[in-house]
Write a protein that binds this ligand. Structure first.
Ligand SMILES: Nc1nc2c(ncn2[C@@H]2O[C@H](COP(=O)(O)OP(=O)(O)O)[C@@H](O)[C@H]2O)c(=O)[nH]1
Ligand SMILES: Nc1ncnc2c1ncn2[C@@H]1O[C@H](COP(=O)(O)OP(=O)(O)O)[C@@H](O)[C@H]1O
Length: 595
């Protein structure tokens, strides 16, 4: 069902085009090349984006808006659908009830409204006016019915239909977004076919834009939006005379899910056939290259295809974030943490211990998690663990990367952007760190010194640099947490040769404070924290003893030590603090630990 209204008084729209206007994609029906013949500054018009759910309208609109907020504004619609975890009232939509929506229809509040995929959506007069009055192009993201109604209402603008390269791609994107259940995705795909048919309605759209490569699509849309900014009409002939739809059956989202499960099982079988690498001998990542290494050699994508969806027990695809939103006060989501739901956290040293526990806590609380480690088999195991915990694999990205290799670190933001094009790393947990027991200052193994310096100090710095550069590029600053360790504060085993390791950790402490000061100096809202745990029961001791599995037991049997999850809890608390509060260092010991 769709509805349209005549333009309510007070909205400044351009002279109404009659509902029966000649198709504007025909030369004689094109809007006048308005401002070229007018005096004064151009009058920006609307840019109406239409296309099936999951095609990338929101992503493209956000990129346009972020790129030039002074030229473009978004018409925030009203909807009766519940907010997704990373959506904000007044930013993505005004969320309302059916009753209120009905009341406001009666009051003539909407330029148009429609029922789409079972929910009501509407464009209010105020939403469009607010943007146009500031002299910016008003971007609308509306459905086909809304576009028809807008054409009739006379809102002058450029109407762009955004199509997917194929229904298969669309299905993958919808599944990859992880915000809908299997049933909801199936319904959206079913509707997509009809929506795509609307390309053939003469005069409805001015442009057909296929969103295949996101950057290419953005380039084309930016050019089209530029015309809207100048108040120019569309170029003629930008929609083909007739679009013939491939007669392909609708992709079956449940089958896609099953396919993904099979891929996972195959990957698991392959990894056990290879034989697991011993803990101290990580699977080698692709050799570092001057140019970024191929991404496929880093991310074990076979086990987690970019657009995969993990089934829940009930067969639904629900992101941990939406599950968290559904169950308020859910265990594992500290108060204040909601702001991170749907955002991306990158954790180094994710293959065991604190890194593993932190990945789990972040993912269960609704973050997208990039788990970085050298050991591919351990990452695959973590992935299976995440799956078993009910974390949708679309929210999990394992990356085999050696943080001491500059070229590998440099590829990480690109790998993240490839998986989640509209995102980047919002939270960095610099957890990877190691020690060796042959590093005395009298007669230490220089190789062990180099290893500790490279991992604990340079690795932390290179990761920080890569992520901060990416945050700068996106103009979006989050939180960096460094695992300092109690050894950054004192030397517990100096006589036994532990001084060098502690020196690297006290460097991390200083670097954490230096980073904080740099952020303040640059007036960036980046927050920086350190966490300094005492003895934690992890593989740390086995690595220190060059793979002696018994070393951990020996080092942790004197008293009840901290558990990785205790430290993950500290990470969660750091992140949950209000924006005005920056936790700089948390020192935490097992109760019985003396020094
Ligand atoms: N007619 C109309 N459609 C809208 C409006 N706001 C959003 N829509 C459309 O409603 C559909 C569902 O939107 P949404 O729930 O955000 O899901 P998504 O498109 O899958 O992200 C999309 O086709 C939107 O373009 C509106 O104000 N009016
Ligand atoms: N060209 C593209 N290639 C791959 N993925 C894309 C592309 N454009 C968008 N996406 C992804 O597809 C998903 C759906 O995009 P979204 O903007 O939410 O769609 P819509 O607003 O049209 O429903 C998102 O996860 C987005 O990152």
């Amino acid at each position: 069902m769709g509805a349209e209204q005549s333009v309510p008084a007070g909205v400044e729209v351009q002279p109404a085009a009659p509902a029966t206007a000649a198709p504007s994609n025909q030369p004689d029906g094109a809007q006048a090349e308005a401002s070229s013949s007018q005096q004064g500054p151009p009058t920006p018009s609307a840019l109406v984006l239409v296309g099936p759910s999951g095609v990338g309208k929101g992503t493209l609109a956000k990129r346009l808006l972020d790129g030039a907020p002074d030229r473009f504004g978004f018409s925030v619609s009203h909807t009766t659908r519940p907010p997704r975890p990373n959506e904000q009232h007044g930013v993505h939509y005004y969320y309302t009830t059916k009753e209120q929506f009905a009341k406001e229809i009666g009051e003539g509040k909407f330029l148009e409204y429609a029922e789409v995929h079972g929910n009501l959506y509407g464009t209010s007069v105020a939403a469009v006016r607010e943007v146009l009055e500031t002299g910016r192009v008003c971007i609308l993201d509306i459905d086909v019915q809304g576009a028809r109604a807008m054409r009739k209402s006379g809102l002058q603008g450029i109407y762009v239909f955004i199509a997917p390269p194929s229904l298969e791609d669309l299905a993958n994107r919808l599944a990859g977004r992880g915000t809908e259940t299997v049933e909801q995705i199936t319904r959206r795909l079913h509707n997509a076919k009809q929506e795509i048919e609307s390309i053939n309605e003469k005069g409805l759209y001015d442009y057909l834009l296929i969103n295949d490569d996101l950057d290419e699509a953005l380039k084309r849309l930016t050019a089209i939006a530029g015309r809207a900014a100048l108040g120019l009409g569309p170029e003629p002939g930008m929609v083909p005379e007739r679009v013939v739809l491939e007669d392909a059956p609708l992709p079956d989202i449940r089958a896609l899910t099953e396919q993904q499960q099979q891929q996972q099982a195959a990957a698991a079988a392959a990894s056990s056939a290879d034989g697991a690498a011993p803990a101290s001998q990580p699977v080698e990542a692709a050799p570092a290259q001057a140019a970024p290494a191929p991404e496929s050699s880093h991310a074990p994508e076979a086990a987690a295809p970019a657009a995969s969806a993990a089934p829940q027990a009930n067969g639904a695809v629900v992101s941990a974030a939406s599950a968290a939103a559904d169950q308020q006060g859910m265990e594992g989501v500290p108060p204040g943490f909601e702001k991170w739901q749907g955002k991306v956290a990158l954790v180094t040293g994710a293959s065991s211990g604190i890194g593993w526990a932190t990945c789990e806590a972040l993912a269960l609380a609704g973050m997208r998690v990039v788990a970085v480690a050298r050991r591919k088999d351990r990452l695959e195991e973590l992935q299976r663990h995440m799956h078993a915990m009910g974390v949708p694999l679309v929210n999990f990205l394992p990356v085999v990367c050696d943080i001491t290799k500059e070229a590998e670190v440099a590829t990480l933001p690109k790998i993240v952007a490839k998986r989640w094009p509209e995102s980047g790393v919002d939270v960095l947990i610099n957890n990877a760190g190691m020690s060796r027991n042959d590093a005395s200052l009298f007669e230490g193994n220089i190789g062990s010194w180099v290893e500790m310096l490279s991992t604990n100090v340079l690795g932390t710095c290179m990761m920080t640099r890569a992520v901060v550069q990416d945050m700068k590029r996106r103009n979006s600053y989050g939180h960096i947490i460094n695992m300092i360790g109690l050894s950054g504060h004192r030397i517990p085993d100096g006589p036994q040769g532990g001084g060098f390791y502690c020196a690297t950790k006290s460097a991390v402490k200083t670097i954490t404070e230096g980073l904080r000061q740099e952020a303040r100096g640059a007036k960036l809202p980046l927050r920086v924290s350190g966490i300094s745990p005492g003895v934690v029961e992890t593989e740390f001791f086995a690595v220190r003893a060059f793979g002696d599995a018994d070393a951990t037991r020996k080092a942790t049997s004197a008293f009840k030590c901290l558990q990785p999850v205790d430290v993950a809890d500290a990470v969660m608390w750091c992140l949950s603090c209000p924006d005005h509060m920056e936790v700089n260092d948390i020192v935490v010991r097992p109760t019985e630990q003396l020094i």
